[in-house]
Design a protein around this ligand. Structure first.
Ligand SMILES: [Ca+2]
Ligand SMILES: [Ca+2]
Ligand SMILES: [Ca+2]
Length: 343
């Protein structure tokens, strides 16, 4: 049976879901009026329209699920974490999990300059420039062209990062040699199954997944995180996510499964490079349509981030993108030339 509620297929169902969620959150006190607010613009997130992590070891903890929570209250908790300049953290779980955020103004696309960055907890290992904890999230942007205060299906565009539409990173040969799947796959789709029972200890065959390329497997439960990994406020028996999947960037330097280095992508992703790095900044000019052609947006009103890598990294667990906020670089007076980030 095709699940209705959590399905992320780009179609009417998703739009309806967003409408329902955003409509509900409009009654919340934190929610700014949709659209630009003259003179009152803040550089940060003011709305969380949809927080929908995939399964993962930090899910139901970042933010914390409590009995009785609903999609609306979890959206609010996500906003409490990453709204404004609070720099709390939400985890998007494994591949496909996502958050959709909005602002009290349109983030302007200034020619030749990067326009925003998504904050995360990525860092580089001591003394290293190539790897560390890099868990890239794919970024999509929407311009509210019809002015309804919501991101509609036909308003989304993907930020073409360094591995779009094909993988292109300096470390791909090493990753391939380590046995990684190093393809970029657009239109990748994965379905996770709610476990029939919650194991009390670590379990290898914990949460079953299948993709639309004939692949399948399990997300294990590890010894460090004992809570349920499947989002507890979602009743559906399966969760399906769809989007661009990036090359697997975790390489076990030990060869024994205990020292995973997560390699950084060159540019264009969330939670991939330290927030202070210019290469974490995004130029709206990189947005492309489904055919890979430039979207030519004058600005963006909504940003969607999903975990881009589908990989288990030994005791580190599944790759999961974390989000800590978004910054409008222009409102903060930060000038980063786009051609210094994307050569
Ligand atoms: Ca720009
Ligand atoms: Ca719209
Ligand atoms: Ca992270």
């Amino acid at each position: 049976m095709k699940p209705f509620y959590p399905i992320l297929r780009r179609g009417a169902g998703w739009t309806l879901l967003l409408t329902a969620v955003a409509g509900a959150s409009c009654s919340g006190s934190d929610d700014a009026a949709p659209g630009p607010a003259e003179g009152a613009a803040t550089p940060y997130v003011t709305r969380v329209l949809d927080f929908r992590p995939a399964v993962g070891q930090f899910v139901n903890q970042l933010p914390e699920y409590e009995a009785g929570d609903t999609q609306e209250t979890m959206n609010r908790k996500a906003l409490e974490a990453i709204g404004g300049n609070r720099r709390g953290m939400i985890s998007l779980g494994g591949f496909g999990g996502y958050v959709v955020v909005g602002f009290d103004h349109t983030i302007e696309n200034r020619p030749g300059l990067c326009d925003f960055r998504v904050l995360g907890n990525a860092f580089l290992a001591s003394g290293q420039t190539a790897y560390g904890s890099c868990e890239p999230g794919v970024i999509e942007v929407a311009r509210d062209l019809n002015g309804n205060g919501l991101p509609d299906e036909d308003e989304w565009y993907e930020i073409a990062g360094s591995s779009y539409p094909e993988a292109s990173e300096s470390w791909l040969d090493a990753a391939r040699a380590a046995g990684n799947d190093v393809q970029t796959l657009t239109g990748y789709e994965i379905t996770y199954h709610r476990p029939t029972e919650e194991p009390s200890a670590a379990a290898e065959e914990y949460i079953r997944w299948e993709d639309n390329r004939g692949g399948s497997g399990y997300i294990p439960k590890n010894t460090f995180h004992g809570q349920p990994y499947y989002p507890q406020w979602i009743d559906a028996a399966t969760l399906t996510f769809r989007g661009t999947r990036l090359p697997q960037n975790g390489i076990d330097l030990s060869g024994a499964g205990n020292n995973y280095a997560l390699y950084a992508f060159a540019y264009g992703y969330a939670d991939n490079l330290p927030d202070a790095s210019d290469r974490s900044a995004i130029d709206i000019d990189w947005a492309v349509n489904a055919s890979g052609e430039p979207a030519s947006l004058s600005g963006v009103d909504f940003i969607r981030i999903h975990t881009g890598v589908h990989q288990l990294n030994g005791w580190l667990g599944e790759c999961s993108t974390e989000v800590m906020g978004v910054e409008d670089l222009h409102l903060l007076g930060v000038s980063i030339r786009s051609n210094t980030v994307k050569p």
